[in-house]
Design a protein around this ligand. Sequence first.
Ligand code: G3I
Length: 344
Amino acid sequence: MVFPRKGFFATSITIVTLAILAASCGAPAPRKAADKKGIIFGVSVKAGDVLTPDTVKHIKSHYNLIVPEDSMKWVNIHPKKDFWNWSDMDMMVDFAEKNGLKIKGHTFLWQDQNGPYVHSVKNRDEAIAILTEQITGVMTRYKGRVCEYDVANEVFNEDGSMRDTFWYRLIGPDFLDIAFRAAREADPQAKLLLVDYNTEFAGSAKADAMYELVKDMKERGIPIDGVGHQLHCPAEMNFDEEALRENVRRFHALGLFTSFTEVDVRIKMPVDGDDEERQNRIFSTLMNIAITEPGAGSMVLWGITDKTSWIPRAFPGYGSAHLFDKEMRPKPAYHALMKVLFGK
Ligand code: G3I
C-alpha cells in the first residue's frame, strides 16, 4: 500500500474546493485553467454524452475540446455507399459550437470500423475513389467547424514496418499522401494528424519509424500538421518521460505539433495503491508535458468515466482507466492531474 505524501489531502482538497467554487461562480474551472494555459484538454464522447444533463454539465466545465469516440468512424457515418448517417456527428458539432468547445474528427483511414462495402473494393482506383469521397464528404460538410482530424490511424506494426491493411495493400505506399492531400484540399484550415499507439517514446522501433515517415512526408511537401500518440497506457508500463519529451521535440523541430489523443491508464483489477500511484504519475506527467513542451499542448482523454469504458472489453482483468469512477466521482488521478493543470 502506498500512502499519499504528507500534505497531499490538504492540497487536493484545496484544489478541488477552488474548482468547485469557481464552477459555482459560473467560471468552469479546469476548462478555464486549460484555456488560460493555452492548451487543449479534451475528451472523447459518445452520442449519448451530449444528450445527458450530467455529462453535458461535466463536459462543459472540464474540457475545451471534444472528439466523437465512434460517431465519425466510417461504419457509423457512412455505413452504405449511398447512405450517409450524419445525425450524431451533426449533433456533436452543434453541441460543440453552442458551448464554445473545439471539436476534432476521428478517423478516416483505418483498418477497423469500416462498412462492408469498403471491404468489397477490389483495386487501387476504387480504393482511392472511396477514400477520397469519405474524406471530402465529411470535411466539406464540417468545413471551418471541425478544427483537426485524425486523418490516418494505426498504420505501423510494432517493429516499425507498415501494417498490412487493405488500404496499404490496395493503394500502395502513397496511401497516406493521397489521404492527406485530399484532406487539405477539402478544408485547408483544419489541422491534419497521423495517429498511432506505442509511438510515444523516441528510440522504440515504432516511434522512430513514425518519425522517419513523417519527416519524409514533410520533405516531400505532403500536408501534415501533427502527430498523435494514443497513450492507452497500462499503469505498470515503464513510462519514460524523457523519451517522450525527446519525441515531442524532434517533431517540433520538423514544424509539427504532438497531441496525446486517446489517454487512459488501465489498472489490473482489483486496484492497489501502487498501481494507483503509477496511474497518477502517468496522467499528471502527460499533463505536465502538454503544458511545458512548446511542441505539445494537447491532451485528450479517451472517455469520461469507468462506466462506459472500452477497457474491460478489450483488456479482460483490467479497469479503472479513467479519471472518474462509475458514479462520476473524481479519483486520485483526477486530483493529481488538476494539481498540474492548476500549476501547483
Ligand atoms: O452501440 C453498440 C450497441 O448498440 C451494441 O449493443 C453493442 C454490442 O457489442 O455494441 C455497441 O457498439 C460498440 C461501441 O464501441 C459502443 O461504444 C461496438 O461494438 C464497439 O466495437 C465499439 O468499440 C469502440 C472501438 O474503438 C471500435 O474499434 C470503442 O467504443 C472505442 O473506444 C474504440 O476506440 C479506439 C479508437 O477509435 C482508435 N484507437 C483505439 C481505441 C480503442 O480501441
